[in-house]
Design a protein around this ligand. Structure first.
Ligand code: SF4
Length: 343
C-alpha cells in the first residue's frame, strides 16, 4: 500500500491483504475492520470492540481514519442539500443529496475541480486541482447518510470531476460502496456519469456489476460538442457511441444521454435531429436538462418554447425522453453549478 493511501480507501480484498502483510492479521480481521469502517461507520479504532485491544492499538498507532469534515451546508426548499466538506489538505469537496418520493440520491464528487473544461460548468471554469481518493468519495456518501432521514438508495458520480479520468480510485470506491459488509448499495443503483472516454467505458464494462452509465452528451454534432466540452476533441462521437452500445449490450441495461439545453447553442431543430440519429438503435433514455444560468458565464437558459419543440421532436423518435428543470437551483447544487467553493 502506498504510504499515503489510507486504510479506508481499500476495497475489502485489498484491506485483508494489507492487514495480513503489515500486521499478520488473519483474513476475518480484515472483514471485521471493513465492516466497522464502512458498515457501522465508526470514526476510531477504539470503537471496534470485537477486535483485540492489542490489534486496535497497533492500528491506531500506524493507520489514519480521518475523513473530510463538514464545513458548510446549504438546503433548498425542495429538500436538496448541498454539503461542503474539507479534506485533510484543506481541499473543498462538494456532495449533494436529492430527495424524491421513491428514492434518495447522493451525488458525489470524484475530483477537486475537473480537467474537462466544459464551458457551461462552474467546476470546469475553476480548473483542476487534484484527484480524490476512494475514501474521500465514500466519505461524502457517509456524511450525507448521517444527515439523511432515510436510507440513501441511489448514488450518482455526477458532482465535481470526471470519473473516468480518475478510474483507479473510482473503481475502489465502487467496490467499497457495493460491498455487502459496507453501506451496500447495489451496482444497478449507482450511475457513473462521463463526458465519454471510450477506453474508460470499456474498463468500466470489465468490472463486475451493471453500473448505470450516463453520457454527458450535450450535442450529437461534433463541432457543437467540442464548443461545449473542449475535452471531447480527443474522442470522436462515433467511437463514444460504439463504446456505449457495447456497454449497454454487455450489461443488459440502457445508458442515459444527458443533454443540457442551452439557449441558442444546442436547442435547434438540427441539433434535435442529430440527437435522434445518435440515439437511434442505442438502448438509451434521454434526459434533457434545462440549463441553469451560472453567474459570470455567457450561456443562457433556452425559452420554454424552444425546450418544448426540442422535446416534441424527440418524443415520437426516441423511446424515453424526460425534461428536467433542475432541482436545487437556489443552492447552486444543480448540474454544472458545483465548484463554487473553488472559485
Ligand atoms: Fe467536469 Fe462535468 Fe463540469 Fe464537464 S460538466 S467540466 S466533466 S464537472
Amino acid at each position: 500500500m502506498g504510504a499515503d493511501r489510507k486504510i479506508m480507501a481499500l476495497p475489502r480484498a485489498d484491506l485483508r491483504k494489507h492487514l495480513q502483510e503489515s500486521y499478520g492479521f488473519r483474513g476475518f480481521r480484515g472483514d471485521q475492520v471493513f465492516s466497522w469502517m464502512h458498515g457501522k461507520r465508526v470514526r476510531s479504532f477504539a470503537e471496534m470492540t470485537n477486535i483485540a485491544a492489542d490489534a486496535r492499538r497497533l492500528l491506531s498507532e500506524s493507520e489514519r481514519l480521518t475523513l473530510p469534515v463538514e464545513s458548510g451546508r446549504l438546503e433548498a426548499s425542495d429538500g436538496t442539500v448541498k454539503l461542503l466538506l474539507q479534506a485533510d489538505d484543506g481541499a473543498p469537496v462538494e456532495a449533494v443529496m436529492i430527495p424524491e418520493p421513491d428514492r434518495l440520491t447522493a451525488c458525489l464528487s470524484v475530483q477537486v475541480g475537473c480537467r474537462m473544461g466544459c464551458t457551461f460548468c462552474q467546476t470546469g471554469a475553476a480548473g483542476f486541482r487534484r484527484d480524490l481518493a476512494a475514501d474521500e468519495m465514500v466519505a461524502q456518501l457517509y456524511a450525507l447518510q448521517e444527515i439523511a432521514e432515510r436510507r440513501i438508495s441511489n448514488v450518482v458520480l455526477m458532482g465535481m470531476g470526471e470519473p473516468l479520468d480518475n478510474l483507479p480510485a473510482v473503481e475502489d470506491a465502487l467496490s467499497i460502496i457495493t460491498d455487502d459488509m459496507g453501506i451496500c448499495i447495489g451496482a444497478r443503483k449507482i450511475t457513473v456519469s462521463t463526458v465519454g472516454i471510450p477506453e474508460g467505458i470499456q474498463r468500466l464494462q470489465s468490472l463486475e456489476g451493471a453500473f448505470g452509465l450516463a453520457l454527458s452528451l450535450h450535442s450529437a454534432r461534433q463541432e457543437t460538442r467540442e464548443r461545449l466540452v473542449p475535452a471531447a476533441r480527443r474522442w470522436k462521437l462515433e467511437d463514444v457511441r460504439s463504446a456505449l452500445l457495447e456497454y449497454a449490450r454487455e450489461k443488459g441495461r440502457r445508458v442515459t444521454l444527458e443533454y443540457c439545453l442551452i439557449g441558442g447553442v444546442n436547442d435547434s431543430r438540427e441539433e434535435a435531429e442529430a440527437l435522434a440519429r445518435f440515439a437511434s438503435g442505442l438502448p438509451c433514455k434521454i434526459n434533457l436538462i434545462v440549463y441553469n444560468p451560472v453567474e459570470g458565464m455567457d450561456w443562457r437558459r433556452p425559452s420554454d418554447r424552444a425546450v418544448d419543440s426540442f422535446a416534441e421532436y424527440l418524443y415520437p423518435r426516441c423511446p424515453a425522453v424526460t425534461v428536467r428543470r433542475s432541482r436545487g437551483r437556489e443552492v447552486a447544487a444543480a448540474c454544472g453549478q458545483l465548484g463554487a467553493s473553488l472559485l
